[in-house]
Design a protein around this ligand. Structure first.
Ligand SMILES: [Ca+2]
Length: 194
């Protein structure tokens, strides 16, 4: 057999082993992922959360914390945009909720403080948009009453641990095994040739 062929075979084997060893540590464009996200975010909880028949009681002209806990199948909760369209009487306004995290960086909720009107009912339309642009919305109702209002529920919910990203270990294994096989094969071929 051609000596150059065997030499080539061995070098390609060694090259493959090197690739297999380096690959897991390299930040390769190979790891670029195409984000496929057909699903809108989900509201886990909101405040106020009343319905038309049972609106959440809020104190007149008081500062309340509007909040929403959201999650998404692809995006981190902190990467989801959340806003609330608030309507009362003839007035309406948009309040942007910002994500908050605890001391260890775990997502708690989106929130913003807002001053309630002095009377009347309040309609809130929560909107959450993920990074792909999928939108979810949920309606809530509040009523300004002088007394008997519940404090907001602020139970921090543990966010689901992120799914482990696929490691390049498989490529590493394949490349290393292939490389080793090729190198061994070329050595055997050369020995046979002698
Ligand atoms: Ca999504």
């Amino acid at each position: 057999m051609d000596r150059n062929f065997i030499r080539g075979l061995r070098w390609s084997g060694i090259l493959l082993i090197i690739v297999g060893v380096i690959l897991p540590f390299a930040n390769l464009p190979l790891q670029a992922t195409v984000i496929y996200d057909p699903n809108p975010p989900t509201f886990k909880s909101i405040y106020p959360d009343g319905d038309p028949l049972n609106p959440t009681p809020i104190a007149p002209a008081s500062s309340i914390t509007i909040s929403a806990v959201v999650n998404d199948d692809v995006d981190e909760p902190t990467d989801i945009s959340v806003k609330v369209e608030i309507t009362y009487g003839v007035q309406s306004e948009t309040v942007i909720l910002t994500p908050t995290v605890d001391g260890s960086g775990t997502y708690l909720r989106h929130e913003a403080s807002w001053t309630a009107p002095s009377s009347g009912t309040v309609t809130l339309v929560f909107e959450a948009v993920d990074q792909t642009g999928n939108m979810a919305s949920v309606d809530a109702y509040a009523e300004v009453t002088s007394g008997n209002y519940e404090p907001p529920e602020q139970e921090p919910e543990p966010s689901p641990s992120p799914e482990p990203s696929p490691s390049p270990l498989e490529i590493f294994n394949v490349a290393t095994v292939l490389g080793a096989a090729l190198t061994t094969a070329s050595f055997i071929l050369e020995r046979k040739n002698r």
